[in-house]
Design a protein around this ligand. Structure first.
Ligand SMILES: NC(=O)c1ccc[n+]([C@@H]2O[C@H](COP(=O)([O-])OP(=O)(O)OC[C@H]3O[C@@H](n4cnc5c(N)ncnc54)[C@H](OP(=O)(O)O)[C@@H]3O)[C@@H](O)[C@H]2O)c1
Length: 284
């Protein structure tokens, strides 16, 4: 099976590269080897490699920067996604791409299903939603996976930030933003299974962790684990309702994963993942 992977230096791609089946012949492209905003580059790559599936993990992911650089955010998350979806449609192949729980405005107070009405609060989320709509309009065979709070032992994410946090410095985390953390390795596994599954219906799917928490509760869980592994003063953590991203982030972005679960895909057990990866992370 021939797979074209984009955004190969990103967090989620690391795991796709590690966990891919042996029978996958994969070209893993980064922003230098395949800029997804370039029609010529996308078409040349797809035409020459002739993949069976395109998995797009490339994205403009900086929430704050997207407010200032919305043209770039839309170029990557919307137009880049459209170009890949179109190239896949031209070859009649599957296209899998990622989106975010932030397409919702957080007013619902119950897990969001795929049929709930999106209303993004930030330019980042608007650009992701536009990417979803363009992908589905260009290629009805597209599979869109909305996810949330992806963490792992690699790259810049909330977990690496917390582990690198200086142990004896106070830290304040918001208790008014609630979502389901997702371990990147579990998400990669789902993307691999979806790419291999010839029979799955197309459309939008939600995938995230199996327990909803606030940022503060997630940090508490991480610090509790850390304190069992090393000297760590958990009392330096405080909660707040203030957050520098307050107006850009939905207060509640919990996703219902029932649609994927009925197809046999278990949600990410993020607490088990934390227990597994933290011991190795603190020895680095
Ligand atoms: N992480 C989360 O919590 C989360 C939650 C919901 C949805 N998502 C979505 O999932 C996707 C992947 O997330 P991630 O955490 O793996 O992101 P990431 O670690 O920030 O990686 C994104 C990758 O996209 C690449 N990229 C940016 N512009 C590009 C372009 N024009 N052409 C080709 N590649 C380009 C970047 O390469 P350079 O570094 O070379 O620029 C980067 O390696 C994104 O669409 C993101 O919005 C993530």
């Amino acid at each position: 099976m021939r797979i074209l992977l984009t955004g190969a230096k990103g967090q989620i791609s690391q795991f796709i590269k590690q966990q891919k089946p042996d029978n996958w012949e994969m070209i893993a492209t980064d922003s230098k080897t395949l800029d997804i905003t370039s029609p010529a580059s996308v078409n040349n790559m797809v035409h020459n490699f002739e993949p069976d599936v395109i998995i797009n993990t490339a994205g403009y992911t900086n929430l704050d920067a997207a407010e200032e650089n919305q043209e770039q955010a839309f170029a990557v998350n919307s137009e880049g996604t459209r170009l890949l979806a179109q190239a896949a449609a031209n070859l009649g192949i599957h296209f899998i791409t990622l989106s975010s729980s932030y397409v919702f405005d957080g007013q619902k107070h119950a897990p969001y299903s795929e049929s709930d009405y999106p209303n993004p609060l930030s330019k980042y989320a608007q650009s992701q939603l536009a990417g979803e709509l363009l992908a589905l309009a260009t290629n009805p065979e597209s599979i869109i996976i909305r996810t949330s709070w992806v963490f792992s032992e690699y790259g810049n994410n909330i977990l690496t930030h917390l582990v690198n946090h200086v142990k004896d410095t106070p830290l304040t985390m918001p208790n008014n933003k609630i979502a389901c953390p997702t371990y990147a390795g579990d998400l990669a596994n789902v993307l691999i299974q979806l790419a291999s599954d010839r029979h799955i219906s197309r459309g939008i799917f939600h995938y995230c962790g199996d327990k909803a928490v606030s940022c503060f509760e997630f940090t508490q869980t991480v610090f509790k684990e850390l304190s069992s592994l090393t000297t760590f003063n958990t009392e330096l953590l405080a909660s707040t309702e203030e957050n520098k991203h307050s107006s850009l982030l939905p207060a509640y972005s919990v996703l219902s994963c029932d649609k994927l679960r009925t197809l046999g895909y278990a949600q990410s057990n993020w607490q088990a993942a934390l227990k597994r990866i933290l011991p190795e992370m603190i020895t680095r």
